[in-house]
Design a protein around this ligand. Structure first.
Ligand code: NOJ
Length: 725
């Protein structure tokens, strides 16, 4: 870390109250770029005086290094204290080189790969002048209607904790003053993903026990990993918006978890306290949010207009303001901004890093390892000897596969499926037919005939289907998250005329694929795979890469099953899996649909045939302080080298409060040569058996447990053990 001589306390002492409040205000870069002229648009509407911009502490969003340097230079000339601005941005799944959306990437079950991707994004972003990223997003999700599931780590709190912490560690490194690293901001605390009816920004009502069991662990893991900042969520939680939720922000975050970092509101969230109906005006909203530990107001302008007055009226103490300002200045100091206000950003570095070969290679590997082979009736991998290949569907030539929240990634810089296949098979005859659109209410089938003819004449057909990028992401929710428009109809007709057909699905969420699941012989879930998506698709389809990604958010058979997740509690009247397709009266089930998802958490096929031969324990009883060793023997009964995610699940058979039917407690991604056999061992220790009892005490209880390997809905071997107290 660079040594800084800045004396933060002395600096604070030298500042006026107005200047201090400025450090707690964040505005968009548009305000600054315009600050030479008279202010226009939103800044003017917000009543911001141009000269006050020089008191502001941080900036959100800008385009490139030269903009950031320009804004910083101008600011430093005008600010009497020469306090550098801090530049923040949403660097979610890449900066210029885009890797798969997190919902896909987490399915790699490879924390090292996640770290590599985060490091690459941090490096590119830092070269462009970003100093803080609003990442990781670790909201626990169960409802595919919600558009922001694409940013999340899925439906398992243990996996999300590992992947969230991995991102924090990689983004921050050991030293955020290093030009390779940024400060991270975990979000959205808390339970934003529990939005009722999967509608963004909607109310969340969740029991304390559910919060602690499912929603909190990943935020806590990021806090434990040393995340510098945290963002409260937009939603109200059990009646109180998070930004003003004392129990959440004080009792849990600060008192229990010991978080001592900086808190920034979400965009305009201080203002939204009024719309939630818990504050009468911006003054009251500012008082509530600030007193609740929200140090920076992002883009509401509420602190800018009210904090000074609140101090003068004795509602907020100047010591509290000083404490918040100290946190902002300490972070600037830790970033090394007092010595290098550009954090080593430069247009030259920015250009040399963006989309460099090394970064493209990481993006390619990440896309290959995130894609999930959902189904394969023996058609994949396609032979590279196929001469005539038909690419059919709206994603065949689409560049728009990098996904929402792609920061400064550009669609035109991605490889399409067509380009990927052409690069891989330069001597094949490749024909692309769009056939229909991916718009939800489009009924036009006039392109089908051409597509059917192309399919009839092809050796292999690749259906390129999905939902457009703007159907997921913030604010983009769907009540019918199936393949939009007439794509299912197209797929069914194509599969009828050519059995050598595989579908690629591009989407920001698990879609309801029931309509095509029986007819299409193979389905590969690509998610939004990023810059190298088309090349990854080609490599996977033609066996140059072996699929190894797994589902981290269950694919329902019908949207009516939502929320659906593997780690649910039992009921008093569960239905046995063997009756999945039958309605059973007075059982917990549906008349018109089974209970199980179409594809469960943990599912994902390979071209290798992994045979789980056995699961054994070194003892059947153990106590606190001891270790139980689980050994799983797996054989790769195939000619394909491949990787398998070995998953270990636990069930607490009898406890004082309901426990999930299965919980993932460990996993390991293992590489196998053809016909290789490996024994993978896991250790179970007593803390792994703890849970929240009815009073929210985190305890373990004596009794019987089962441990299983396989995947959540297909446990291949199960053995029992006992914890003795
Ligand atoms: C709103 C989003 O909820 C949040 O995730 C993001 O960081 C901010 N906008 C800033 O862009």
């Amino acid at each position: 870390m660079k040594k800084s001589n800045v004396d933060i306390n002395a600096l604070i002492d030298s500042m006026t109250l107005k200047e201090k409040v400025g450090q707690l205000v964040q505005f968009t870069s548009h305000f600054f770029i315009k600050s030479n002229e008279s202010l226009t648009g939103p800044a003017e509407q917000m009543g911001v005086a141009p000269e006050d911009l020089y008191t502001v502490g941080s900036v959100i969003g800008f385009s490139e290094a030269k903009d950031m340097i320009g804004i910083q230079d101008k600011h430093l000339k005008e600010d009497p204290h020469k306090i550098p601005l801090m530049f923040m941005m949403d660097v979610i799944h890449g900066y210029r080189t885009i890797y798969p959306i997190l919902l896909g990437l987490c399915g790699s079950f490879d924390p090292e790969l996640v770290k590599e991707c985060s490091r690459m994004a941090a490096k590119e972003a830092s070269a462009s002048g970003v100093q803080v990223t609003f990442t990781p997003m670790v909201d626990y999700v169960r409802d595919i209607r919600w558009g922001r599931v694409m940013e999340s780590c899925g439906e398992d709190p243990y996996l999300a904790s590992i992947m969230g912490a991995a991102q924090v560690e990689a983004i921050q490194g050991g030293d955020i003053s290093s030009p390779e690293h940024l400060a991270a901001c975990v979000k959205h605390f808390a339970a934003y993903g529990g939005a009722e009816a999967g509608r963004d920004y909607n109310t969340v009502d969740a029991s304390e026990r559910a919060l602690r069991e499912y929603y909190f662990p990943a935020y806590k893991a990021c806090v434990d990993a040393g995340v510098k900042m945290l963002m409260p969520s937009f939603n109200s939680l059990n009646g109180v918006p998070s930004t003003a939720n004392k129990w959440l922000m004080q009792n849990v975050l600060r008192d229990e978890w010991g978080f001592d970092g900086l808190v920034i509101s979400d965009w305009g969230a201080v203002h939204e306290l009024c719309i939630h109906g818990v504050a009468e005006n911006h003054r009251q909203a500012s008082e509530m949010a600030f007193s609740n530990g929200c140090h920076i107001d992002m883009m509401a302008g509420a602190y800018y207009h009210n904090l000074e007055k609140l101090v003068k009226d004795g509602k907020i103490s100047e010591e509290a303001i000083n404490d918040a300002v100290r946190r902002v200045l300490e972070l600037k100091k830790e970033l090394g901004l007092f010595e290098d206000p550009y954090h080593n950003a430069s247009p030259e570095k920015e250009n040399s890093l963006a989309l460099c070969d090394a970064h493209r290679a990481i993006a390619l590997r990440a896309a290959e390892e995130s894609s999930v082979l959902l189904k394969n009736d023996g058609v994949l991998p396609f032979s590279t000897d196929h001469k005539k290949i038909a690419l059919i569907g709206p994603f065949a030539q689409a560049k728009e596969i990098i996904g929402p929240w792609s920061c400064h990634g550009k669609s035109e810089e991605s490889t399409t499926v067509e380009e990927g296949v052409k690069n891989l098979l330069p001597n094949s005859d490749i024909i692309s037919v769009t056939a229909c659109s991916f718009i939800w209410n489009d009924t036009d089938t006039s392109g089908f005939e051409e597509a059917i003819n192309a399919a009839k004449n092809a050796d292999a057909v690749i259906l390129c289907l999905g939902e457009p990028e703007n159907y997921s992401g913030e604010g983009n929710c769907r009540t019918d998250p199936s393949l939009p428009g007439v794509q299912s109809k197209l797929a069914n007709q194509i599969a009828k005329v050519n059995k050598n057909t595989a579908a690629l699905i591009f989407s920001g969420r698990p879609l309801v694929l029931t309509d095509i699941n029986d007819s299409v012989p193979a389905i590969m879930q690509m998610w939004f795979p990023g810059t190298e998506g088309g090349s990854a698709a080609a490599n996977l389809l033609f066996g140059k890469a072996n699929p190894c990604g797994k589902v981290v958010m269950s694919f329902p058979k019908s949207v009516g099953q939502c929320p659906i997740y593997y780690n649910h509690y039992s009921t008093g009247r569960p239905k046995k899996a063997k009756y999945e397709n039958e309605y059973k009266p007075f059982r917990s089930n549906y008349i018109d649909c089974g209970n199980l998802p179409l594809y469960s958490f943990g599912h994902g096929l390979s071209y290798s045939n992994f045979v789980y031969e056995s699961l054994t324990l070194d003892k059947d009883t153990f106590k606190e302080g001891e270790e139980l060793t689980v050994s799983v023997t797996i054989y790769n009964d195939s000619e394909y080298a491949g990787k398998e995610v070995v998953q270990l699940y636990l069930q607490d058979l009898v406890a004082s409060a309901a426990r999930p039917v299965q919980s993932l407690i460990a996993f390991e991604k293992v590489e196998f040569a053809p016909h290789e056999r490996k024994v993978v061992t896991f250790k179970i220790v007593e803390p792994m058996l703890r849970f929240y009892d009815a009073y929210c005490n985190f305890i373990s209880e004596e009794g019987k447990f089962t441990v299983s390997c396989g995947r959540a809905d297909a446990l291949l071997h199960t053995t029992e053990f006992t914890l003795k107290k």
